[in-house]
Each structure stands twice: as structure tokens, then as C-alpha cells.
Design a protein around this ligand. Structure first.
Ligand code: FE
Length: 171
């Protein structure tokens, strides 16, 4: 079964003025779609073709000579998480359990937000900044290029795309 571009959970102009419909046209319509199309092309006729996306990400990372499959599969997975990390009229209340964990780990929700932004803006080159749950604790992690925390068994809760293609049209 071929991998498919997931539907966005909102319309392409729903996050304006922060992220424009033009950015969604490029970022979702061109880049994310490009990763999916290239992935399907690369896995055709290989053992990866019938795996779940998560398994393609994991096994292509440890298999020799499958770097291009890993990059396209992981970018497909990462973007799928990213679109769901945003919503129209976002912000607002955080579920109580998560809020308590954020306060326990970072001191306050404001301190978490500040640290998340600091980690994102100081990332060198292309990559991602994540809030993950691992061994019952919350952590902020950065990954470079297509690397994704699921490789290390972390559970991603929130992600921000820090590739230039995420913001260069609007900012
Ligand atoms: Fe991106």
C-alpha cells in the first residue's frame, strides 16, 4: 500500500497571519507531498514497501544504503506530527496532567515555552525541536535534518519545524 499525504486538520488559511496559505501551499503541498512521492518511488519493489511508516523510519535508519528512504520516510512522519502541533486560535488551557508535568519539569508553563523557543531559534542548520515524553518525564529535544525522536523510543508530544522552508515565505 502506497504512503499517502495526510489531510490537514484545518484549512490552509486557518493559521494566518502566523503561517500563510502560500506557506502551506509550498510546505504541505510541495515539500511534504514531495517526501511522500519520493518515498513511494524509493520503496517500490523493496521490503520497505509493505512496512508501516514507523517501521520504515526505524529499519531504514539501521540498514546500509537506505539513507534516502530514511530521510523521506522520517520527514513524512515528522511533518505529520507537525501539522497536528498547531491549530487555529491555539494557545489556551493545557490539559491538567500535562500542565502539572510541565511545571514539575520546567518550573512553569512560561519557562517551558521560553526554553522551547530558545532551543528552536538556536538550532544550527535544518531540524526540529520537540517536546517528548520519555521514561515518564518530559524533555525538550532537538534533532537535525530528518532525525526523529521515535528512533530513540521517545514519544513526541509537540514539534516545531525549524527547516527554513517552514517560515521563509512569511518571515
Ligand atoms: Fe518542513
Amino acid at each position: 500500500m502506497a504512503f499517502t499525504l495526510p489531510a490537514l486538520p484545518y484549512t490552509t488559511n486557518a493559521l494566518e497571519p502566523y503561517m500563510s496559505a502560500k506557506t502551506f501551499g509550498l510546505h504541505y503541498g510541495k515539500h511534504h507531498r514531495g517526501y511522500v512521492d519520493k518515498l513511494n518511488e524509493l520503496v517500490a519493489g523493496t521490503a520497505f514497501e509493505t512496512m508501516s511508516l514507523e517501521d520504515v523510519v526505524r529499519y531504514s535508519h539501521t540498514t546500509p544504503d537506505t539513507e534516502a528512504i530514511f530521510n523521506n520516510a522520517a520527514q513524512h512522519w515528522n511533518h505529520g506530527k507537525f501539522w497536528h502541533s498547531m491549530k487555529p486560535n491555539g494557545g489556551g488551557a493545557i490539559p491538567g496532567g500535562l500542565e502539572r508535568q510541565l511545571i514539575a519539569e520546567f518550573g512553569s508553563v512560561a519557562a517551558f515555552k521560553s526554553e522551547f523557543v530558545t532551543q528552536g531559534v538556536s538550532l544550527f542548520g535544518s531540524g526540529w525541536v520537540w517536546l517528548v515524553e520519555t521514561a515518564g518525564r518530559l524533555k525538550i529535544l532537538r534533532t537535525s535534518n530528518a532525525v526523529t525522536p521515535i528512533l530513540a523510543g521517545h514519544k513526541p508530544l509537540l514539534v516545531c519545524d525549524v527547516w527554513e522552508h517552514a517560515y521563509y515565505v512569511d518571515y
